[in-house]
Design a protein around this ligand. Structure first.
Ligand SMILES: CNc1ncnc2c1ncn2[C@@H]1O[C@H](/C=C/CNC(=O)c2cc(-c3ccc(F)cc3)cc(O)c2O)[C@H](F)[C@H]1O
Ligand SMILES: [Mg+2]
Length: 214
């Protein structure tokens, strides 16, 4: 069967990237998306904002929803302190297989736990399967209509603590109106919008950072 876009992206990383060099993997994916095929990675502009928030939080426990090809996984993992691992969830096995290879090509496999499955099923298992008490940092970049149910699941499972930071991609395009309304109006969150553009385009988009107040 015909290859998928993630599989073609992996080939571009192996051709144009340098093994063990995360920056070169990030650049190779951005180049592929700008010159070959657009793909729904967070991209370079929003990726720089992601980098700055991760650096500011310097998290010990990290969760990503929606690995896709592993682009943001590589961006986050390359910034983590030694010994810190990030858990990333991906329910499409073809995407997961590509992401594992891209993460490994970047040399970051020891800093990443990629779990195949749905966030709805896996979030309630975080404590028992990974010994997680609470998450310091969560990056939401999966199906947009799942941001709100999943943040409520985090609350129900006691996975947030005072100061936990949630960063959500695509709050303008494709948009996550119910999630935005929730985090901006709930007294339990302090929210801030970071304006930017949809990856590799001039279309308006941005990230929403929400700090859980306990
Ligand atoms: C629901 N729970 C899930 N659990 C585990 N993995 C999941 C889950 N849900 C999806 N996945 C996994 O997470 C990924 C899904 C990412 C979805 N992302 C987007 O749709 C998305 C779309 C655009 C976009 C903008 C404009 C336009 F014209 C066309 C597209 C831009 C973006 O930055 C996006 O992130 C993956 F594919 C799926 O298997
Ligand atoms: Mg996105």
């Amino acid at each position: 069967t015909r290859s998928t876009r993630p599989q073609r992206m992996l080939k571009a990383v192996q051709k144009n990237g340098t093994k063990g060099n995360p920056e070169s993997v990030i650049s190779a994916i951005d180049y592929f998306c700008k010159h070959s095929e657009w793909a729904m990675n967070v991209g370079d502009e929003k990726g720089s904002i992601l980098d700055s928030v991760v650096t500011e939080v310097n998290p010990s426990t990290v969760l990503e929803l929606g690995t896709y090809c592993g682009y943001s996984t590589v961006r986050i993992a390359r910034l983590l302190s030694p010994g810190t691992k990030l858990i990333t969830l991906e329910f499409n096995p073809v995407n997961a297989a590509v992401a594992r290879q891209i993460i490994a090509y970047a040399g970051l496999q020891d800093k990443v736990i990629l779990v195949e499955g749905s966030s709805g099923d896996l979030i309630p298992q975080m404590k028992e399967r990974f010994g997680i008490m609470t998450f310091d940092f969560i990056f939401l970049d999966h199906w947009k209509d799942r941001y709100l149910p999943d943040i409520k699941l985090f609350e129900e499972c006691g996975l947030l603590r005072k100061g936990s930071v949630l960063l959500a991609d695509n709050v303008i395009c494709p948009g996550t109106p119910e999630y935005l309304e929730y985090v901006r109006n709930s007294p339990r969150y302090e929210s801030k919008y970071y304006p930017a553009h949809l990856e590799y385009t001039k279309v308006e988009d941005g990230l929403e950072k929400s700090v859980f107040l306990g």
